[in-house]
Write a protein that binds this ligand. Structure first.
Ligand SMILES: Nc1ncnc2c1ncn2[C@@H]1O[C@H](COP(=O)(O)OP(=O)(O)OP(=O)(O)O)[C@@H](O)[C@H]1O
Length: 242
């Protein structure tokens, strides 16, 4: 079932053409990751999909009643303002404690409910943001660099949790990531964006495409080959990160 269909999308801000003729389709159950250099339009694309920005041209189509969970790139919280995880989960509107508990559990952060948001570690904060995004059991989960600032164990941990959420909800996942090696092993499909989509397909296909190699070099291709080798002899769903 298609969760999202984008055709001929342009986004212009001021005199800046940020996105040009973007086409994208996402099916239920898929994990699709957008990669691209800084300033290539990744956040703009996600914000346009969630409706925070308007398209200048083109079409964004989703099934009627589709629910979206969104983890934004940055969260600006005043560290001097007392705000517990429980209160944060109920912003901007209240949810039943059953739903809050279920979401925290899904995101692997059930022990954090009484903690202050400002006291959370980077990895704990990302899990709480994931919990908030899954509160309403979304059909489509959209995440903008969800593991920014985490160490390699935190990153591996987060992606394991995300995979378990995806299986439990059966949702589609669209995310932006700079962790190319992890992206290549956790995504069903990768989209390489540089104002327009320069290549897309399975991780293997994208990692060896000339457009991707021109942008990111051969490192990921080698890591992917290594991972395939490691994976065959390992039972862990995500091996250690290189
Ligand atoms: N409101 C705006 N007006 C003009 N230009 C903008 C506006 N918002 C974003 N841009 C520009 O659009 C381009 C794409 O920004 P965007 O944040 O989507 O990139 P990104 O790929 O997510 O970058 P990063 O990897 O650094 O997070 C950048 O050059 C940015 O400066």
């Amino acid at each position: 079932m298609k969760l999202l269909r984008i055709e001929h999308l342009d986004v212009v801000r001021g005199d800046h053409l940020i996105l040009q003729d973007v086409h994208l389709v996402l099916e239920r159950g898929e994990i699709v990751t957008i990669v691209g250099p800084n300033g290539s339009g990744k956040t703009t694309l996600l914000k346009t999909i969630v409706g925070a920005l308007g398209p200048t041209r083109g079409m964004i189509e989703m099934p009627r009643g589709l629910t979206i969970g969104y983890v934004p790139q940055r969260l600006h919280l005043d560290a001097t303002l007392p705000l517990t995880v429980a209160r944060f989960m109920n912003l901007p509107r209240r949810h039943s404690s059953h739903h809050v508990d279920r979401a925290l559990k899904r995101a692997g952060s059930e022990g954090l409910i009484h903690r202050q948001m400002s006291d959370l570690s980077g990895g704990q904060l990302q899990r709480v943001l994931l919990a908030r995004a899954v509160l309403e059991s979304p059909d489509l989960l959209i995440l903008d660099e969800p593991t920014q600032g985490l160490d390699q164990w935190g990153i591996a941990d987060f992606y394991r949790q995300l995979d378990s959420v995806r299986h439990e909800l059966g949702c589609g996942v669209l995310m932006v990531s700079h962790e190319l090696h992890v992206v290549m092993r956790t995504s069903d499909r990768v989209i390489c964006l540089n104002r327009t989509i320069c290549c897309e397909g399975t991780p293997e296909r994208v990692a060896s495409s000339p457009a991707y190699l021109a942008m990111f070099g051969h490192d990921t291709e080698e890591a992917l080959a290594l991972y395939r080798h490691d994976h065959a002899s390992s039972t862990a769903p995500l091996g250690p990160l290189s």
